[in-house]
Design a protein around this ligand. Structure first.
Ligand code: ACO
Length: 431
């Protein structure tokens, strides 16, 4: 079979060079321009990676035009309604759905790794009581690298697997501990008799003087939200984990870098920002005013939870979450219905507004997730932490895939230098 190529012609000097076209299983092909600078003497410029594939990956596929999301080929809608979070974690990490024996063994391994080294508590205690839980999560996950460094050989698949298991198991324990620190309650140790989601709710809401039995609906809702947030191919935080890891760095430090990237309001921080925005809007009558603000180019306000770099259609995850919102809010005592009604109204108006229609701006995964988290009793400053707990699975799956790829090279973008031309040092007395 002849390899497909693309010819790039330099209209300035008239030279042409051929470059191989890489085709995936589905989705648009990519021109391999890695030899372009050697051949033609120029770089490509693509800030924000609008049209640049940074790797080959077999984990997740998104068709943004049609609102399709597949994990290892399985539609998100099927996984969200039929699978457990750890089943999906296994799928993302190993490439296939587990059989019963494999799932039981995976659940056991993850459960066995949920405890933290007691010394980690000292790190937690060092944080001020009002530290944002994302700051605590980032710092404490990064500090895990100090506990697991000498023993880890990132080039050995066995150690990579143990690191992935430790991260999937320990990030929820650290996340719940960050919350407890924030509210001044003692940290709750994980319970190995509970399932992944139920254990997380227990660590969040039990206290040494009062037990807590996680309700089935809450556990089910959490399972679904975790599945929907588990992976999303080369998003900012995952690309950060890959870039940090490409130098052979410690995986716990790489995941801390991913957490830092996730925190921003343009990425995972949007779920917290959505509820702040809805509270600020306050009432359906104020929606038009905020829609106008979002459209005003002189106003920095954006409709949080709207728009996506890849989806130019309804985010399939938002569609699923919106449906579950109805169920959770109907069945959960004390759930915040007015905010949901406000969100529905805002969506309705935005979806019919020319500005949003023209730019193909639809609700994304974060538009409705905070409403469910609130209904589960999870405070706003923990929303992005919840995202991080779920996305840890994606991060470790991508890190593992990259580290097992013999073609992996250190990530090192080029630049267009726009600084001063060469000049001589001027002694301080003459400046
Ligand atoms: N409100 C108002 N206008 C918007 C919004 C929004 N939420 N999102 C995009 N636009 C406008 C831009 O101003 C721009 O308009 P222009 O063409 O007239 O200049 C156009 O739509 C394209 O937007 P870009 O910012 O160029 O798109 P990009 O792909 O760079 O950004 C992003 C995507 C960051 C998600 C953006 O839509 C945004 O800021 N949304 C709000 C924050 C948010 O919800 N983030 C969560 C993303 S999902 C996730 O990470 C889990």
């Amino acid at each position: 079979m002849t390899e497909k190529t693309v010819t790039i012609t330099n209209n300035v000097d008239g030279t042409s060079h051929e470059y191989p076209l890489h085709e995936g299983t589905i989705g648009p092909p990519a021109v391999d321009i890695s030899a372009l600078y050697r051949d033609a003497g120029f770089f490509t410029y693509d800030p924000g990676f609008m049209a640049t594939a940074s790797c080959h990956s077999a984990i997740t596929y998104i068709d943004g035009e049609h609102g399709v999301l597949l994990y290892r080929g399985y539609p998100i809608e099927q996984l969200a309604t039929k699978a457990s979070f750890l089943e999906v974690a296994y799928l993302l990490l190993y490439g296939e759905l587990p059989n019963e024996r494999e799932l039981v063994s995976f659940e056991r391994v993850i459960t066995q790794h949920t405890m933290l080294n007691e010394n980690l508590k000292n790190f937690l205690d060092g944080f001020h009581y009002d530290a944002h839980p994302m700051a605590i999560l980032c710092g404490v996950v990064g500090s895990l690298s100090a506990f697991y460094h000498e023993s880890i050989d990132v080039n050995d698949p066995h150690y990579r697997e143990i690191s992935a298991h430790r991260l999937i198991a320990k990030v929820p324990t650290i996340a719940a501990a960050a919350y407890k620190h924030n509210i001044g309650e003692p940290i709750m140790y994980p319970r190995n008799d509970l399932r992944y989601g139920a254990n997380f709710l227990y660590m969040m809401f039990a206290t040494p003087c009062e037990d807590y039995e996680p309700g089935l609906l809450a556990e089910k809702a959490l399972n679904l939200l975790f599945i929907l947030h588990a992976d999303h191919e080369q998003n900012a935080s995952t690309s950060t984990v890959r870039l940090a890891g490409s130098s052979g760095a410690n995986p716990f430090a790489c995941v801390a870098a991913g957490i830092a990237s996730l925190w921003g309001p343009a990425h995972g921080g949007a779920n917290e920002a959505v509820l702040d925005m809805l509270t600020q809007i306050g009432d359906v009558s104020s929606v038009p005013k905020f829609i106008d603000k979002a459209k005003d180019k002189d106003d920095p306000f954006r409709l949080m939870g709207f728009g996506h770099r890849v989806y130019k259609n309804y985010d399939p995850r938002a569609k699923i979450i919106r449906e579950v919102c109805h169920q959770v809010l109907e069945e959960m005592p004390g759930a915040d219905n007015p905010l949901f009604e406000l969100a529905l109204e805002l969506e309705e108006i935005a979806l019919h507004d020319e500005y949003f229609v023209e730019r193909k701006l639809y609700p994304n995964v974060d538009f409705y997730s905070g409403i469910i988290y609130s209904a589960l009793g999870i405070p706003r400053n923990m929303f992005t932490v919840m995202f991080a707990v779920a996305r840890t699975v994606g991060w470790v799956s991508h890190w593992t895939e990259m580290m097992s790829d013999p073609g992996n090279r250190i990530g090192r973008p080029r630049q267009i230098y726009c600084g001063p031309e060469p000049r001589d040092y001027v002694p301080i007395s003459k400046r």
